[in-house]
Ligand binder design. Structure first.
Ligand SMILES: [Zn+2]
Length: 126
């Protein structure tokens, strides 16, 4: 998938059921792990489009949450759940993004530089 569009839903596709934002297949909070894998494959060549797509979904989820419950939402938790896991680095970190739960912190700049260098080395090797 190179044009950034999401293919039509199939019965086995892990998509969100609104307004609860739980997966229609496995009932986990969306995006569940299979959904993350699907999205990573579909947006493998366009991480920015993936982040934008998930940002829109996060916006919808927050709007739904505010409509269902008038209480406050935790923006950091939503960021970690919807967008934080899309960061390109995963290997070698103490906790895989998206698996450690919500509210993850962004890596400090020197760590990002190290990770980008490592990813480039892996890319060159592969
Ligand atoms: Zn699922």
């Amino acid at each position: 998938m190179t044009d950034g569009r999401v293919p039509p839903a199939s019965p086995n596709r892990h998509i969100a059921a609104r307004p609860a934002w739980r997966c229609r297949v496995c009932a986990a909070p969306w995006p569940c792990q299979p959904a993350k894998l699907q999205l990573r494959r579909e947006f493998a060549h366009d991480h920015v489009a993936l982040a934008i797509y998930l940002c829109l979904r996060m916006y919808d989820a927050i709007a739904d949450e505010l409509q269902l419950r008038s209480g406050a939402v935790d923006p950091a938790a939503y960021f970690g759940r919807f967008i934080g896991w899309t960061r390109p680095w995963r290997q070698g970190s103490s906790a895989a993004p998206g698996l450690a739960g919500a509210g993850e912190q962004a890596a400090p700049p020197q760590e990002v530089e190290h990770i980008e260098q490592r990813d480039q080395e892996q890319h060159d090797a592969g």
